[in-house]
Write a protein that binds this ligand. Structure first.
Ligand code: NAD
Ligand code: MG
Length: 386
């Protein structure tokens, strides 16, 4: 049976991995929509490969360029943020939410309101909108499947029929490229050094988040919204080999873990075939070659991003959205060489501590908090700028 699919953020790292799986089984999938921000050539090439019905570019000034790039195909071109939201509401059986940042929030919400299946990679949307998003999913009857490797691992190990039997969830963290570095050594690191992740190949923003450990912090908040446990039930352990993607501990002392090669096509395939399974071309884990698994405590002093996220998770309300927005602004400034690496967490901390709006009750509330937190973070970047 063919399934209709839409991929939001099709030109990114997760988007391309998703396309790779779909291209291997063209008969099984009918692509209704692909979206991207500015990469016209990448978007048009992907649309040609999978015969997409519609391709949408966020930047409206690129509409003509997209139309030209799609000449001779049956793919319809569209542009602008509203067109992306429309593509998200295409009614596809399965939608991949792989836009980076809170920019993906309105599209994800539109997809959830269709009441179909949404594979969620866009963690910033869930961190910012939390209950607003999970409530939209339960109202429409949508199925939210986690793509993030840790959350996908937890999803595979978590007995959803017996959440009271789960004692704890342990997210593993690779520790990123600066795991063994001192604060002094991290002071002058460049964007190129920060995005060179030891185990995973990913987009620039999440690579920087992995280097600061803010990624693991965002993932703690993400996990809290995906699995019905208290905030204290989620722990992080550093596991440099990235072989165990996360663990679920039960009351009887059993630990269930999901293992696999560090290739995002594995969790993506899990969501694409769910509740069935599908073949992937991914490297198989060779346990003898791996030979050992190491674990250590995360260092919250060298990596304050994780501590800030724990604080935002405990405080709840608007705090996770503020933390996320400030971090997005700070990371973008770091990638532009306008901010030092260690100042990313300083900006996140100041934004978190000095802005205290009421808890958001709607999507518009979340977007307003996000916009104001960004404005404040931009001002802070001006003060810290190198
Ligand atoms: P990426 O930067 O490689 O790709 C981002 C995609 O979003 C691109 O298609 C881009 O065109 C689009 N986009 C960016 N800004 C946009 C905007 N303002 N409007 C519309 N589209 C926009 O990022 P990625 O690494 O693929 O990550 C995507 C999401 O998945 C992130 O939330 C990330 O945290 C999450 N994630 C990624 C990985 C990974 O291995 N890359 C793993 C787990 C989770
Ligand atoms: Mg992850």
């Amino acid at each position: 049976m063919t399934r209709t699919v839409a991929i939001l953020g099709a030109t990114g790292s997760v988007g391309q991995s998703t396309l790779d799986l779909i291209e291997r089984d063209r008969e099984r999938f009918n692509v209704l929509a692909l979206t991207a921000r500015r990469d016209v050539a990448g978007l048009a090439a992907a649309a040609r490969r999978v015969g997409a019905r519609r391709a949408v570019i966020a930047d409206e000034s690129l509409f003509d360029a997209l139309k030209d790039a799609l000449a001779g195909t049956d793919t319809e071109a569209a542009a602008g943020h509203e067109a992306i939201v429309e593509a998200a509401a295409s009614g596809a059986d399965w939608t991949m939410a792989a836009i980076v940042g809170c920019a993906g929030l309105r599209p994800v919400m539109a997809a959830l309101r269709q009441g179909k299946t949404v594979a969620l990679a866009n963690k910033e949307a869930l961190v910012s909108a939390g209950d607003v998003m999970t409530q939209a999913a339960s109202e429409s009857g949508a199925t939210l499947l986690p793509v993030d490797s840790e959350h996908n691992a937890i999803f595979q190990c978590f007995d959803r029929a017996r959440p009271q039997a789960v004692r704890r969830v342990i997210l593993t963290a690779s520790g990123g490229p600066f795991r063994g570095r001192s604060l002094e050594e991290m002071r002058g690191v460049t964007p190129a050094q920060a995005v060179a992740h030891p185990n995973w190949s990913m987009g620039a923003k999440i690579s920087v988040d992995s280097a600061t450990l803010m990624n693991k912090g965002l993932e703690l908040i993400e996990a809290f919204h995906l699995f019905p446990l208290s905030a204290e039930a989620f722990d992080v352990v550093v596991h440099p080999q990235s072989v165990i993607h996360s663990l679920v501990e039960y009351v009887d002392g059993s630990f269930l873990a999901q293992l696999g090669a560090p290739d995002m096509r594995i969790p993506i395939a899990h969501t694409l075939a769910w509740p069935e399974r599908m073949e992937t071309p991914c490297e198989r884990l060779d346990l003898v070659k791996v030979s050992r698994l190491d674990f250590e405590e995360p260092d919250l002093e060298r990596f304050p991003g994780l501590a800030l996220a724990k604080e935002a998770l405990r405080a709840g309300g608007a705090k996770p959205a503020i933390l996320n927005a400030a971090n997005e602004v700070a990371v973008a400034s770091f990638l532009d060489s306008r901010l030092a690496f260690l100042d990313i967490a300083k900006i996140a901390r100041q934004a978190l501590h000095h802005y205290d709006p009421p808890a958001p009750a709607s999507l518009d509330d979340v977007l307003a908090i996000d916009a104001e937190a960004r404005r404040r973070a931009q001002t802070l970047v001006g003060k810290f700028a190198i």
